[in-house]
Design a binder for this molecule. Structure first.
Ligand code: CDP
Ligand code: ZN
Length: 161
């Protein structure tokens, strides 16, 4: 088995929704990014790539490449999952923490779990998504952006998944 960790931050900009775990969550801002700005899926991609010893998201999908402008981060996650699979790894479980003062994420958590599980081709019981504020402290508390952490456990054929 191998474990990996990922972390990402995106700043708020003008908009009316934020993409988080493949779900468009209504918000008084959008997220500034070269891609769709799905900070949670970017952290998850990094956790999975980290576990497999395959570098990071910027290495596989450079933000200088016009091919990834406005990219669907769900497609990036599926590509990462396929890369792991091709290297003999399967996902045992993943756990995500979205750190956001706004918007309220809890109504969307079940849909997020389903979307992530579908991209990883695992049952949604192997995917956990949770959220916390920073009690109005720091850049997140000032509503300047959103951060996400992810951890992933992967296994080869010797481990159940
Ligand atoms: O300290 P704790 O995380 O319990 O408190 P909090 O940051 O105020 O978050 C309380 C609950 O609100 C969390 O457990 C999340 O379920 C939820 N939450 C949310 O739905 N959306 C957010 N952006 C932040 C928190
Ligand atoms: Zn990102």
């Amino acid at each position: 088995m191998r474990m990996g960790h990922g972390y990402d931050v995106h700043a708020f900009t003008e908009g009316e929704h934020v993409m988080l775990c493949g779900v468009a969550v209504p918000c008084k801002y959008g997220l500034l990014a070269h891609s769709d700005g799905d900070v949670a899926l970017h952290a998850l991609c990094d956790a999975l790539l980290g576990a497999a010893g395959l570098g990071d998201i910027g290495h596989h999908f450079p933000d200088t490449d016009p091919a990834f402008r406005g990219a669907d981060s769900g497609a990036l996650l599926r590509s990462v999952a396929e890369n792991l699979s091709a290297n003999g790894w399967g996902v045992i479980n993943v756990d995500l923490t979205i750190i956001a003062q706004i918007p309220k994420i809890s109504p969307y958590i079940e849909e997020m779990r389903k979307r992530v599980a579908a991209a990883l081709a695992v049952p949604s019981g192997q995917v956990n998504v949770k959220a916390t504020t920073t009690e109005r402290l720091g850049f997140i508390g000032r509503e300047e952006g959103i951060a996400a952490h992810a951890v992933a456990l992967i296994g080869n054929e010797a481990f159940p998944r």
